[in-house]
Design a protein around this ligand. Structure first.
Ligand SMILES: NC(=O)CC[C@H](N)C(=O)O
Length: 361
């Protein structure tokens, strides 16, 4: 019997032919690539990929199966998954389903049998672009549709929690502003003893101050940080409280202090990105997932200093405020399945909260 066909149609007119897995539906998104060799489940359930189609460059995906413990969110919001081969016989003691079953349950289409390196070369030279996964064969129409469509800007609103909730711990007390957080940020804060109150992205500074937190954490999240201007003002009003931002949170913190962001050509997505800590000279291997970056030329006069840089392209990876107790990183110290080199940043946040407490005593 002939295998069914599925297509990946790119905005530039390229059509890749492959095989279907996951949900049976047509789905459009921004096509990006991720170079990680492990942790596909964490990547797919990371809400920062909302409205994006993820191409995995590693050739076999899903070989340790999907489990019930490693999700970064309850319902993944990626628009599609592109692989060379999707494992049909996963082997791991925690496996509860295959990647095919997992994607079907999350209503996300997949396409396999694709030369993912060729996509990556294309995105690296031409920049990220829109694409559509479909079983339809009217590709000319789809290309025109892609070229004329514009992206939504409401990702944070759609994926952030609607109601506050608490994940308890002995302290310190942290308010985590949720722009589309990865569960592992909460898990990490809890593992350092923090009492975490997760609040919706549009919680006001006044409401947050009334909670009398020892520190505020700004989460990762999808889309362009410029899409949430009111929340940037909120962060401006919170300066003075010990603050730590991750990824989207780092960008929001930077803009709140007067910096600017720009859209990168193809972003950083993978789990072996080298970052240099400028204070210690040490190199950290980090997990990353971002398409926007802080413009270093916009930092003058903001009170911000660069603490970390990416070694692949020298982009800004960390910021610290010279007057306020606040810092942020563009990469993921909470990364699961790792690497864990940057975990020390959580400890620095705890120390910052303790110092502040000491100053008030
Ligand atoms: N992981 C993130 O928080 C990503 C931040 C932002 N959406 C970007 O792509 O740059």
């Amino acid at each position: 019997m002939l295998k069914e066909k599925r297509y990946l149609v790119l905005e530039d007119g390229t059509v890749y032919e492959g095989y279907p897995f996951g949900a049976n539906k047509t789905s459009e998104g921004e096509l990006v690539f991720n170079t990680t060799m492990t942790g596909a489940q964490e990547v797919i359930t990371d809400l920062s990929y909302t409205d994006q189609i993820i191409t995995f460059t590693y050739p076999l995906i899903g070989n340790t199966g999907m489990n019930t413990e490693d999700n970064e969110s309850l319902m993944a919001q990626a628009r599609g998954v592109v692989v060379r081969e999707a494992s049909t016989g996963p082997s791991n003691f925690r496996t509860s389903e295959t990647i095919d079953e997992f994607l079907k349950r999350h209503d996300i289409p997949g396409i396999s049998g694709i030369d993912t390196r060729s996509i990556t070369r294309k995105l690296r030279s031409g920049g990220v672009m829109k694409a559509i996964i479909t079983d339809e064969t009217y590709h000319e129409d789809l290309i025109e549709l892609l070229q004329n469509s514009s992206f939504r800007t409401d990702q944070v609103k759609r994926v952030a929690t609607k109601t506050p909730y608490i994940s308890t711990g002995p302290g310190p007390r942290v308010v985590l502003i949720d722009y589309g957080k990865k569960e592992n940020i909460v898990r990490h804060l809890n593992s350092f003893g923090c009492d975490v109150t997760v609040v919706p992205y549009d919680t006001t500074a006044k409401e947050i101050k009334q909670m009398r937190p020892d520190g505020v954490m700004l989460s990762n999240g999808p889309g362009d940080p410029a899409n949430i201007p009111d929340q940037i003002n909120t962060v401006k009003e919170l300066l003075g409280i010990p603050l730590f931002g991750i990824c989207m949170g780092h960008q929001v913190f930077g803009i709140a202090c007067g910096a600017k962001t720009f859209k990168m050509k193809f972003g950083h997505r993978g789990s072996n990105h080298p970052v240099k800590n400028l204070a210690t000279g040490k190199i950290e291997i980090s997990s990353q997932n971002h398409g926007y970056s802080i413009d270093p030329d916009s930092l003058r006069g903001t009170g911000l200093e660069v603490t970390h840089i990416a070694l692949n392209d020298n982009t800004v990876e960390g910021l610290r405020h010279t007057e306020y107790p606040a810092f942020s990183v563009q990469y993921h110290p909470e990364a699961s399945s790792g690497p864990h080199d940057p975990e020390y940043l959580f400890k620095e946040f705890i120390d910052l909260m303790k110092q502040k407490e000491g100053n008030h005593a």
